[in-house]
Design a protein. Structure first.
Length: 479
């Protein structure tokens, strides 16, 4: 009898063994299995620098987990179509399993790939591992996609509950694996300078780290999540976002764990319900991206294409480096650089400062976040930037302009967050911390000279606000 032909399991943004339907299906058949990861910079562009660091550690963790099941991860680099064809040829594999992606570049690639593999007699089987509700399954009453979050999430909550998560396979049938590349050869981690040195103490990439984060959150902070989630000085959110972005944990696992932890009725537990609604924003971002694939590049509200942005290169540079002179903005931008993550409230404040105070196009901020965030996600990042810039579906209106001083006072009242990430301001009392330039004498008595130890504001917020509203008014006249 001929030996069974192996199946390829193509890992993408699903770097986990549990609740991985492509893996579960591939393992259930009992054929020899080739777990494959392809570093393919051609679809959707290369990963940002911060995510390359994460990918290194996540792939190492996945390989170790596969080895415990008697297998290993095969690494190859190049356009996915070429690599898959070559691996199928080398091994005689007759089936490829993968979990679906929903961004336009991946959809185009996967559609072409599926057609090419099928022509060669190779079966493709694809699954949903990344979303609670795939974008085409949720529709409004007239059968169209949603453009507003609240009715979208209501429709999701009224839909049949997501399936229970699948267990990890207990073992994998042995296969003779083709040669792969060494992870170190890919040089995913920065060397000199090692700007990622601050990441390791904050994060444990991989499935085990993801599970630990969720467990800790549900054992602790979820209870006060609704009240405290806007406070960057408190550890009040889950920090699951990079794990979700790489698929080290899936939203079905989160959904069912939250239901389990809150006695199956999260609606009665405000923290749990709010947390699930945030997972809902992630779903909504994918819903928007799938139905409006131009979202990462172009404003969803077409009139914003004519917005009179300013070419503020110096402002953009100061913003990136956390040297704007507004402490809450600078703390956020430095948190991002040092830890690869920024608190959601501060993302909103910093993004608003860039697009409204400095009038820099939101796409420039989106690109910087893509380069520096460990959780950079094509759907959530673009949807959030468009939301802040006022040009997205269901966006905050452009005329609502965050005042960075008042936001800092409200959400970091004691200044603990600012002191941590802007240590040169640490000697100041909380009352002076959010507008140190306004109390320059006091600051000097505390040993801080504004303009020398910490910048004076690069723009006056009152002026910037009037300028932004005037810019908006030109759109209204045009439209
Ligand atoms: P929690 O509060 O614990 O929320 C749980 C999960 O829900 C998150 O891990 C995330 O997957 C999801 N979530 C929460 N808030 C949002 C949101 N507003 N939109 C979409 N999903 C959400 N999130 C990303 O995952 N990737 C991005 O690239 C990204 N870019 C952003 C850019 C801007 C300008 C802004 C304002 C927000 C952005 N967000 C992005 C959303 C949000 O800031 C992060 O998801 C959140 O801060 C992650 O921290 P957490 O895991 O502790 O979140």
């Amino acid at each position: 009898m001929a030996a069974p032909r192996p199946h390829i399991l193509w890992f993408r943004r699903d770097l986990r063994l549990a609740d991985n339907p492509a893996l579960a299906q591939a393992a259930a058949g009992g054929q020899p299995l080739i777990p494959l990861y392809i570093l393919d910079d051609s679809a959707g562009g290369p990963l940002g620098g911060a995510q390359r660091w994460w990918l290194h550690h996540s792939l190492a963790a996945l390989d170790a987990a596969l080895r415990r099941l008697g297998s290993a991860l095969v690494l190859r680099r190049g356009p996915a179509a070429d690599v898959l064809e070559r691996v199928a040829e080398e091994t005689g594999a007759d089936t490829v399993h993968w979990n679906r992606l929903y961004d336009p570049a991946a959809i185009a690639r996967d559609t072409a790939l599926k057609a090419a593999l099928t022509t060669r007699g190779i079966t493709v089987a694809s699954f949903n591992a990344a979303l609670l509700f795939e974008p085409w399954t949720i529709r409004n009453q007239s059968g169209r996609p949603f453009k507003v979050f609240t009715p979208f999430w209501k429709a999701c909550l009224a839909a049949p509950a997501p399936d229970a998560p699948l267990p990890a396979p207990p073992r994998l049938a042995p296969a003779s694996l083709p040669a792969g590349e060494r992870l170190d050869e890919w040089a995913l981690r920065p060397r000199a300078p090692d700007w990622a040195a601050g990441f390791a103490p904050c994060w444990q990439p991989g499935e085990a780290g993801a599970g630990a984060r969720l467990g800790d959150f549900l054992d602790g902070a979820v209870g006060r999540y609704k009240a405290a989630r806007d406070r960057p000085d408190l550890a009040a959110t889950s920090r699951l976002s990079p794990h979700l972005a790489f698929g080290e944990i899936g939203p079905r696992q989160v959904w069912h764990a939250v239901h389990h932890a809150s006695g199956r009725e999260p609606a009665a537990a405000p923290g749990a319900a709010q947390f699930l609604a945030e997972i809902g924003w992630r779903e909504f971002s994918y819903h928007l991206l799938f139905h409006q694939p131009q979202m990462p590049e172009r404003p969803l509200r077409a009139e914003f294409a004519a917005f009179p942005w300013a070419a503020d290169g110096d402002g953009l540079a100061a913003w990136r480096r956390g040297l704007t002179g507004y402490p809450i903005v600078d703390a956020g931008m430095r948190e991002l650089w040092q830890t690869g993550w920024m608190h959601n409230r501060v993302r909103m404040i910093a993004a608003s400062f860039l697009v409204k105070d400095l009038l820099v196009p939101w796409q420039r901020g989106e690109a910087w976040f893509r380069e520096t965030l460990l959780d950079a996600d094509v759907a959530s990042n673009a949807a959030s930037w468009q939301w802040v810039a006022g040009c997205g579906a269901d966006a905050a209106p452009y005329f609502r302009i965050f005042n960075p001083v008042l936001q800092g006072e409200k959400f970091d009242p004691e200044g603990h967050y600012i002191r941590r990430f802007v240590p040169e301001l640490a000697p100041l009392p909380a009352a002076a911390l959010h507008r140190p330039w306004a109390q320059a004498d006091l600051a000097r008595r505390c040993g801080v000279t504004i303009g020398r130890d910490y910048p004076a504001p690069i723009i006056d917020h009152g002026f910037a606000r009037r300028r932004a509203l005037a810019a908006l008014a030109t759109l209204k006249q045009d439209s």
